[in-house]
Design a protein around this ligand. Structure first.
Ligand code: PXP
Length: 245
């Protein structure tokens, strides 16, 4: 008898709705409205990254998101005192610890958990003690999984950015690394998630890794939504203009 595969959760990252909003420093488009639409469309959770420079969501978005959502919020944060205090104040369902460099365009590479176990230990402990499910965003590397085990993290999110950028044999090799890392994590009681750079074209092989429980996808979905929704928005503007002429 074959056992049915683990259901695969979709976490939708709404950061880039906030990026567009912030371009005019106003309220539109509202990332909370986008999050509710994502849930209506089948998202199992919402992910948002509070960056040091607040280029994506802003502090006040966290409470609004938590109040509005019927699904878990996964808050991405750097392992800093400021971000730890914010997470402890709002107590999102999950906190994903990511590396953060001020000048980077997006999260570049996974967290070096193996290289900073002592610094991460109190952060993971404080979040866990507050009932927040801790996830570490790491490269698909056995040394990083070992570090997650030592830190007692219940979840790792495997960085699929390199996989997304590569092609041919190199992509196949990176897919194997991801698959092996997911198996190693699951074998050790850690729930493997994955994300970064996923698109319609490259999501299939990642979604097929049987141990992976959740994918977090943002930029592509928000970009793709332009093509799905632009025509509708322009038609409505045309209609509003024509109504008075
Ligand atoms: N997971 C993590 C930890 C991330 O930092 C990001 C990007 O913010 C994503 C997933 C989503 O990546 P993308 O926006 O490329 O889909």
């Amino acid at each position: 008898m074959t056992s049915s595969p683990t259901p695969l959760r979709l976490g939708v990252n709404i950061d880039h709705v906030a990026t567009i909003r912030n371009a005019r420093r106003g309220e539109h488009p509202d990332p909370v409205k986008a999050a509710l639409l994502a849930v209506k469309a089948g998202a199992d959770g919402i992910t948002a990254h509070l960056r040091e420079d607040r280029r994506h969501i802003r502090d006040e978005d966290i409470a609004t998101l938590i109040a509005a959502l019927s699904v878990p919020l996964n808050l991405e944060i750097a392992a800093t005192r400021e971000m730890l205090d914010i997470a402890l104040k709002h107590k999102p369902h999950a906190a994903c610890i990511v590396p953060e460099k001020r000048e980077e365009q997006t999260t570049e590479g996974g967290l070096d958990a193996a290289g900073q176990i002592d610094a991460l230990r109190p952060v993971v402990a404080a979040l866990s003690d507050a009932g927040i499910r801790v996830s570490l965003f790491i490269e698909p590397d056995p040394a990083q999984i070992e570090a997650a085990i030592k830190l007692g993290a219940p979840v790792v999110e495997l960085h699929t950015g390199r996989y997304a950028e590569l092609d041919g044999a190199k992509r196949a090799q990176e897919l194997r690394r991801l698959s092996d890392a997911a198996a190693l994590a699951a074998k050790n009681g850690i729930e493997p998630h994955a994300g970064h750079g996923l698109t319609f074209d490259n999501v299939g092989p990642i979604a097929a890794i049987p141990q992976v429980v959740e994918l977090n996808i943002g930029h592509f979905l928000i970009g793709e939504a332009i093509f799905g929704g632009l025509e509708c928005a322009i038609r409505e503007m045309r209609r509003q203009m024509d109504l008075v002429r």
